[in-house]
Write a protein that binds this ligand. Structure first.
Ligand code: NAD
Length: 205
């Protein structure tokens, strides 16, 4: 039984061929493949099948860099990715803060590439927020929030995008916010960084 599964459902030639037939083959072949799947005794929803075929056998080859993965939303996303078999390298100041604070993004990126390989998923998630009026924001606070929430996107994308382009494969995800679309008086700095992160992400397309 195990060998039947190995040479059918787990065989990339079979699953890849089926995926091709369902999505890319000439129309007459595609229609026949869709009709064959639809007439299976245990009808499978076509979109679910295609999604499963696309994911099959590939997740363990994915390497994700998650900024801000030690806490909050980043940690939740990291747990989900790990559960799905994706390897995740966390770039966060906590814990342990010292090495990360003393290293440049380039040094850490080089280390991730050397120790784990080519990154296929980059999640620009790290972010901070606080409430203050425009007149209360200090230079140091502005510098910090813009660097963490927005400028960091240039640092990480510069390090990881070229490899993704070379590999013709990759995903870059930015954690934006409702604040990307609407601004409130007590969080103008945060909202501007989130609108910027949205524009940055749009600009990559
Ligand atoms: N929580 C929300 O309701 C909400 C809503 C919209 C958008 N967001 C966005 O989601 C993202 C995550 O927010 P969260 O609520 O999970 O925050 P959080 O404070 O719970 O977690 C943020 C993580 O980022 C890390 N971090 C902070 N500064 C860093 C730095 N310089 N380098 C690397 N890591 C750093 C922290 O150590 C922490 O682990 C942020 O970009 C935030 O703006 C959050």
């Amino acid at each position: 039984m195990a060998s039947i599964i190995k040479y059918t459902a787990l065989n990339p030639v079979v699953t890849g061929g089926l995926l091709y037939a369902l999505t890319r083959a000439p129309v007459d072949i595609r229609e026949k493949a869709i009709a064959a799947v639809s007439s299976l005794p245990y009808a499978v929803e076509l979109t679910t099948l295609i999604r499963t075929l696309k994911c099959h056998g590939c997740v363990e080859r994915e390497l994700c860099v998650m900024t801000g993965g030690s806490g909050g939303l980043g940690q939740i996303a990291t747990r989900h990715l790990i559960k799905k078999g994706v390897r995740v390298a966390i770039l966060d100041i906590a814990p342990p803060p010292t090495e990360l604070l003393n290293s440049s993004v380039k040094e850490i990126a080089d280390q991730v590439k050397k120790e784990h390989g080519t990154v296929s998923i980059l999640c620009n998630n790290a972010g901070i927020g606080r409430t203050n009026l425009i007149t209360e924001a200090t230079d140091a606070n502005l510098d910090k929030i813009f660097k963490i929430n927005l400028i960091s996107h240039w640092y990480t994308v510069r390090e990881f995008l070229p490899d993704m382009i070379r590999a013709k494969k990759g995903h870059i995800i930015s954690t934006a916010s409702m604040a990307s679309y609407t601004t409130c008086a007590g969080m103008v700095d945060y909202c501007v960084t989130k609108a910027g992160a949205q524009a940055f992400t749009d600009g990559m397309e």
